[in-house]
Design a protein around this ligand. Structure first.
Ligand SMILES: Cc1cc2nc3c(=O)[nH]c(=O)nc-3n(C[C@H](O)[C@H](O)[C@H](O)COP(=O)(O)OP(=O)(O)OC[C@H]3O[C@@H](n4cnc5c(N)ncnc54)[C@H](O)[C@@H]3O)c2cc1C
Length: 375
């Protein structure tokens, strides 16, 4: 342990980017992860029979508006030109999502142009008479009116959060989730997007390839903590409440369950959202459609489809989405103060350490910023 300048807890994209930057500056780094694989939640592996790249923790599509992030990450792997689009199934029919002009015309059986549709949705919203929305449901109704809200927002959101939309904060819906155009790009502001041609795990392997980096998998920080010299700096990408033995209580998260099937009944696209209450999962993923650089994989008659079920988070389970609200922010800050006392050499990082939902590009951006201050 003495030979390392840094211990990085977590071999996800955040930890790997920090490790790569430190190693390039001649620092000796040990990266550990409690899982038996690299790459954290972006871990993917190839199914031998079909060549399909399976995203173990749900579909991951790389997208970013930041040139510096794109320039950096593409040094460690080539990306294909996949552009993400999503349809939502409602009453057995598929509709483009986010809601656009085609979604509106399909739902109402109309043929409005952009201007007419905008006027129409405004009048539908006004019909609800809600001027000062107090919760998610009222906000949704006040933005798009009853029919669009009920078809596409209400049930999907209630499944995701396992509670009535009336119990959820209006802040979750900050903008009108409607486009009055035919544009069906899911990531409308992304300057760059794609899927790594050799998979996400290969990118993380490349990030960690330096001789200055050692990696130990299946290693929990808690089990090696006593061996870490007091002078070693620790970058901690795990949950802070778990690190501090839940001394102040449990931070709130939402979790997910994934169910995979091998089938010849393909989705015909990478992702379909399920808007209705009677379908217990929120999304289905047909991974082969990401591999547009490998037509033989896309054309293979077998698909590996994964259904994504929202789940309540329990201590020790998989914490996928932090639930950020005033109360949880306060608790998180109290934990940060406690961590400073107990672990003076520890820096919190990554989506779990920061208690933030970050897409991959923000995880990389934050890792690059932290690396600059360390170097
Ligand atoms: C369902 C889902 C879909 C997503 N889709 C997208 C997408 O399409 N596009 C996008 O850009 N982003 C997406 N994201 C976000 C993306 O997953 C994150 O940005 C990324 O994984 C963050 O990386 P990280 O290194 O911060 O955290 P993680 O990947 O979670 O890595 C943290 C690592 O720390 C390890 N660890 C924790 N505690 C300990 C401990 N005590 N000891 C040892 N190891 C420990 C964990 O095992 C884990 O491997 C999605 C997220 C989810 C949940």
């Amino acid at each position: 342990m003495e030979k390392y300048d840094y211990l990085i807890v977590g071999a996800g994209i955040f930890g790997a980017v920090v490790a790569e930057n430190l190693a390039r500056n001649n620092k000796k780094v040990l990266v550990i992860d409690k899982r038996d694989h690299l790459a954290g939640n972006i871990y993917s592996y190839t199914d031998e029979e079909t060549g399909i790249e399976i995203h173990k923790y749900g579909s991951h599509i790389f997208h970013t508006e930041h040139d510096d992030v794109w320039d950096y990450i593409t040094k460690f792997g080539e990306f294909n030109d996949y552009i993400h689009t999503v349809d939502t199934r409602h009453d057995g029919k598929l509709y483009p999502m986010p809601i656009n002009l085609d979604t509106i015309n399909l739902l109402y059986g109309t043929d409005m142009d952009a201007e007419e549709a905008e006027e129409f949705v405004k009048s539908e919203a006004e019909k609800t008479g809600i001027k000062n929305p107090q919760n998610f449901e009222e906000k949704g109704l006040s933005l798009v009116g009853e029919k669009l809200y009920t078809a596409f927002l209400k049930n999907y959101t209630e499944k995701q959060w396992n509670t009535s939309a009336k119990n959820l904060s209006a802040d979750i819906l900050s903008r009108i989730p409607v486009r009055f155009s035919h544009n069906n790009r899911y990531f409308i502001t992304a300057k760059h997007q794609g899927i790594p041609k050799e998979g996400y795990t290969k990118i993380v392997e490349n990030l960690l390839a330096s001789d200055n980096i050692d990696v130990k998998l299946s290693t929990n920080f808690k089990d090696i903590e006593s061996e870490v010299p007091a002078t070693t700096k620790i970058i901690y990408c795990g949950q802070i409440d778990e690190l501090l033995d839940y001394e102040l209580g449990t931070l709130p998260y939402r979790s997910l369950k994934f169910e995979e099937e091998r089938t010849t009944d393909s989705l015909g696209q990478a992702v379909i959202n399920e808007a209705d209450k009677d379908v217990p999962y929120t999304r289905s993923h047909d991974y082969k459609y990401y591999q547009i650089h490998q037509p033989e994989v896309v054309e293979n008659e077998t698909s590996i489809i994964c259904h994504e079920y929202p789940a309540d988070y329990e201590r020790g389970g998989e914490a996928y989405y932090p639930v950020n609200n005033e109360e949880s922010e306060k608790l998180y800050q109290q934990y940060v103060e406690l961590a400073k006392e107990k672990y003076p050499n520890l820096i919190l990082g990554g989506r779990l350490g920061a208690f933030r939902y970050w897409d991959m590009d923000l995880a990389i951006k934050n890792a690059l910023e932290l690396s600059k201050t360390l170097n």
